[in-house]
Design a protein around this ligand. Structure first.
Ligand code: VG1
Ligand code: CO
Length: 543
């Protein structure tokens, strides 16, 4: 017999979702009532009775236990059915696809994405809407508000559901369908890309390294790249998802995916390299001896997407987050299609995708995706690159070189200053905001400030307004500095400084980005007084 218990609880401070869901240290999430309060608040806001949800996570520590708790709470709250990835595993884009494919009422994704995992690292939970996309600010605000008033949650007393095998179970009258996490997603990819062309390229000796960083894309990449596309066994490395990601920091950038970078820049490097993050929505792409910045990757993908079957009719528009470089804008202009600039976080792309205004979206933080799902999608980006390489029969370096020659180059870099004392970071941002009005007209490092503001966004589809989304300082030569505090960290504050400088060419397109950006970097330190406020003179991570 199963029985529903109503458990008395009280609000726990700080359950406010950030850029992408609620992220905390794992021990915090494992604390008494913590997960339960947040999950009940989700159900209280979206309603569970008679509904169908998708559930899965990136396999990090506590993923398996949290899944059982969420299932019992879904049943206790009257949900009709939950579709769960086998082993409670689903990449974020695969979860988004399952939500849409099965026309469900949304889904819960257990992940702290690119944050490290393990007993003392990070855990996270987020809710995705029936369109497959992350809950918009209105919904996450309502969930947060609910956590501040909660007095009880509902829990089914029952044994664990066996999630280790595909099949159907009954949990107190709720159907639990355990599904293969990979097959529907892989089938979707086959509809978008020219698998025969990519298969022929691998058969012709094309070599690739895919680093899944012991996170969720391992099974997806192995099935798609090795089994379906015929890439040699061993193409995928770190392909088994581990609860602590094998101690790796599953953030695919040149710092954390250093082994991949070393291989791609070393002797006998493969033709193409890629890495993905904890939950599989990010990607880093590297050619032999050349790193592709995410902003450039977005621009190249937008310019070449028509070479893939799923996009042969062309794109409706391209959207990028505000701190992402303007490289994609130049492509959109040339194609005569819409271009959009949104705040940071994939949730802001949802309306544009749903309304058919944008087809491809991207962020400077190694995120690209399209209207095939409502999340960024790491393997999707890798496959689109492979499709483009297979059709153009050129190297990554040649493709980038031709792109810059045609559009000019937006030199770009992001400097992160991590674990700053929150009060100091807040004081720096406040002082910077206070100085904005006086900046236009000032000359710094030989560049004239042409504008300075705090980015605000009015959603063109539903009119919702989001303010304070990052401080921008624009220069008359097209250079730009953006300052933001991270909304995904779990320790102190992380300051992100985004740096950009445009070179029209034809000369000066081959510089090292840090060299090309040197004056902009100096200006960024001067304008914000980074050292004076935070004591930091150099960033912790440069991407
Ligand atoms: C970061 C990135 C942002 C991304 C978010 C979630 O947010 O900058 O572009 O959408 O992570 O990505 P923040 O607030 O720390 O700058 V993931 O792969 O963690 O879901
Ligand atoms: Co992610």
């Amino acid at each position: 017999m199963t029985q529903i218990t109503t458990v008395a609880t009280s609000p726990i401070a700080g359950q406010k979702p950030g850029t992408s869901g609620l992220r905390k240290k794992t021990p915090v999430f494992m604390g008494r009532h913590y997960l339960e309060n947040f999950v009940q608040s989700i159900f209280d806001v979206v309603g569970a009775k008679g509904k169908t949800f998708v559930l899965g996570g990136d396999g990090r520590y506590f993923n398996d236990r949290a899944a059982q708790v969420i299932l019992r709470m879904a049943a206790a709250n009257g949900a009709a059915r939950v579709i769960v990835g086998q082993g409670a595993i689903l990449s974020t884009p695969a979860a988004s696809h399952l939500i849409r494919l099965n026309k469900t009422d949304g889904g819960i994704i257990m992940s702290a994405s690119h944050n490290p995992g393990g007993p003392t690292e990070d855990f996270g939970v987020k809710f995705n809407m029936p369109n497959g996309g992350p809950a918009p600010e209105g919904a996450t605000e309502a969930m947060y508000k609910r956590t501040t008033e909660i007095t009880e949650y509902r829990m089914l007393e029952a044994h664990d559901v066996d999630l280790s095998r595909v099949g159907r179970h009954d949990l107190g009258g709720m159907v639990v369908d355990v599904v293969d996490p990979v097959s529907d997603y892989a089938a979707l990819m086959e509809t978008l890309f020219d698998f025969p062309a990519i298969r022929a390229m691998f058969a012709g000796g094309f070599r690739m390294r895919m680093d899944s960083m012991c996170a969720v894309t391992g099974p997806y990449a192995t099935e798609i790249l090795e089994n379906r596309l015929g890439a040699p066994k061993g193409t995928v490395v770190n392909g088994t998802p581990l609860p602590d990601f094998g101690g790796m920091h599953p953030d695919p950038n040149p710092t954390w995916a250093k082994a991949l970078m070393d291989e791609m820049f070393g002797p006998g490097a493969p033709d193409f390299g890629a890495a993905s993050d904890g939950d599989g929505d990010r990607n880093m792409v590297v050619g032999r001896g050349i790193y592709v910045s995410p902003s450039d990757s977005l621009a190249v993908l937008a310019a070449n997407a028509h070479l893939a079957p799923g996009y042969k009719a062309g794109l409706k528009g391209v959207a990028r987050s505000m701190p992402t470089s303007a490289a994609a804008d130049r492509v959109a202009e040339a194609l005569g299609i819409g271009r959009y600039e949104t705040p940071t976080g994939w949730k802001f792309f949802g309306n544009l995708l749903d309304a058919g205004r944008a087809t491809i979206c991207g962020e400077e933080s190694f995120g690209t995706g399209s209207d095939h799902v409502r999340e960024k999608d790491g393997l999707w980006a890798v496959l689109l690159w492979l499709n483009i390489l297979a059709v153009r029969k050129q190297s990554v370096a040649e493709i980038l070189g031709e792109h810059w020659a045609k559009y000019g180059r937006n030199y770009y870099s992001r400097h992160d200053f991590e674990a700053i004392e929150t009060a100091k970071a807040d004081a720096m941002m406040a002082a910077l905001r206070g100085s904005l009005a006086g900046l236009p007209g000032q000359v710094i490092e030989g560049m004239t400030v042409s504008g300075a503001d705090d980015f605000a966004y009015i959603d063109p589809v539903d009119g919702s307004v989001s303010t304070k989304q990052g401080v921008r300082v624009l220069f008359s030569d097209g250079s730009r500095i953006v300052y933001r505090l991270s909304g995904t960290g779990t320790e102190g504050a992380t300051l992100r400084v985004y740096l950009e400088r445009y070179a029209a060419g034809p000369s000066g397109l081959d510089l090292d980005a840090q060299v090309a950006l040197a004056p902009v970097i100096r200006a960024a330190h001067d304008l914000a007084g980074i050292a004076a406020h935070t004591g930091r003179t150099a960033p912790d991570v440069v991407t």
